[in-house]
Design a protein around this ligand. Structure first.
Ligand SMILES: Cc1cc2nc3c(=O)[nH]c(=O)nc-3n(C[C@H](O)[C@H](O)[C@H](O)COP(=O)(O)OP(=O)(O)OC[C@H]3O[C@@H](n4cnc5c(N)ncnc54)[C@H](O)[C@@H]3O)c2cc1C
Length: 390
């Protein structure tokens, strides 16, 4: 096993770091937790696109950069380390562009991939419904054929970035007469179509990033279907690996990790720096151990992807492990900061710019979004241990 990066990869990492540090120095944005999913900055996304850092792993024939998944991990690792506001392009780059590369028609590739590559597609993921989360195949939103179109009726929920999106990826029921996972299709279309209503949900942090999305007789051209009609379920399984496996499952709140170490070095309690307290030192060291293990999981997934294999087991393991690390990081930060850690970021007295508050409340969702840890452990029990399915 070789854990070394190539010289080119080291240079690439350096280039990304310099770019992001330059942006922070210019005051263009501040590092935040969950920036990949909650911080929407179209101008930042345009600058990332101009660097050629969207569609990194797609083939050159479709406008991508033909680079490895390890290269993409390096890129996303640095974006997350600096808490960069990458929400506008994250979903399109991570999974929807790849789905179009795999399953899209020539027309879709020609029309849509350039929009994604320019950083102009802000995609919402329309999967979960009020009665279909872990058991996604129970979804009820229907797409009924009508001439050259589908007519969509139903509701999605927890759509991240729904108030910013200009495109939606939608999973809908196209055949209600067959077994539930056999009648599902994937569609991708503009949210400007008439009949779509977005309603924001306020989350526990007091922030607004999730949304409910309602479809009322929305007429969607059939050319918006991704891949084969009624084969959506099998296509989704492949995409979920991309959704689950990224660095954002380990480093979503990395800005807090950095802030916590700095806080422990700079803050005195009872006349002594926190970092001299053996209990605090041990807690921080334990986090470092867990972070490094999570990182190895991530690079293992990248290696499997570069070998052209589906990282189903590996991504389940890495997500279940890494999101638990993120939750511990949030809890330890609140413990070390004491009662002040619970102050809202807007309070002048909030330590670590209020990142502990935000992360502690947000981190409950880390082990739910993109597949809950319980569901992932079921996959690991079956595919990793050969145990019979439930
Ligand atoms: C921050 C965040 C962002 C999200 N963004 C999006 C988005 O952009 N688009 C989108 O479509 N969805 C999104 N979601 C929704 C997410 O995909 C669902 O929350 C997730 O699939 C779980 O579904 P649920 O919330 O309905 O919980 P449920 O499925 O009802 O699960 C509730 C509990 O039961 C457990 N459970 C369920 N089934 C089993 C089982 N078979 N075995 C053992 N335990 C089980 C779960 O682990 C969980 O603890 C987001 C969620 C969060 C938290």
């Amino acid at each position: 096993m070789d854990f070394k990066f190539t010289e080119e990869q080291e240079q690439f990492r350096q280039e990304i770091k310099e770019f992001l540090e330059g942006e922070i120095k210019q005051g263009l944005w501040q590092p935040t937790c969950d920036a990949w999913i909650m911080a929407y900055d179209p101008e930042f996304t345009k600058r990332v696109a101009a660097k050629g850092w969207i569609g990194l792993t797609w083939p050159k024939e479709v406008g991508g950069h033909g680079r490895s998944f390890i290269d993409r991990l390096i890129l996303t690792e640095e974006m997350l380390r600096y808490g960069a506001p990458a929400g506008c392009h994250w979903f399109a780059d991570r999974q929807i562009g790849g789905a179009l590369v795999h399953y899209g028609t020539e027309e879709q590739k020609k029309e849509l991939l350039p929009i994604i590559l320019k950083g102009e597609a802000y995609v919402g993921l329309g999967m979960s419904e009020p009665e279909a989360g872990s058991d996604l195949s129970s979804l009820q939103t229907k797409a009924v054929e009508d001439g050259d179109d589908f007519i969509i009726d139903g509701q999605k929920t927890w759509t991240s970035g729904g108030s910013h999106m200009n495109y939606i990826y939608l999973v809908a029921r196209t055949d209600a007469t067959v077994a539930k996972h056999k009648g599902i299709s994937e569609l991708f279309f503009s949210t400007k179509l008439p009949g779509i209503t977005v309603q924001s949900i306020v989350d526990m942090t007091g922030g607004v990033h999730f949304n409910e999305v309602f479809f009322d007789s929305v007429r969607v051209p059939k050319k918006c279907l991704i891949g084969e009609q009624n084969r959506g379920w099998y296509q989704i399984l492949n995409q979920l690996d991309y959704e689950r496996s990224g660095m954002e499952r380990l480093m979503g709140n990395y800005a807090l990790f950095d802030a916590l170490i700095k806080y422990a070095k700079e803050t005195k309690r009872n006349g002594k720096p926190l970092c001299e307290d053996p209990i605090i030192r041990a807690k921080l060291a334990q986090l470092k151990i867990e972070y490094e293990i999570g990182r190895l999981h991530m690079y293992r997934v990248g290696t499997v992807m570069d070998e052209g294999r589906a990282p189903n087991l590996e991504s389940s393991m890495s997500k279940a492990y890494s999101t638990a690390f993120e939750q511990r990081l949030a809890s330890v930060s609140i413990e070390i900061a004491g009662p002040y850690g619970q102050l809202h970021p807007e309070s002048k007295l909030a330590p670590m710019h209020g990142l502990a508050y935000h992360s502690y409340l947000s981190s409950k969702g880390y082990s739910l979004q993109a597949g809950s840890s319980e569901v992932l452990k079921n996959i690991i029990a079956g595919r990793g241990l050969g145990l019979p399915s439930e």
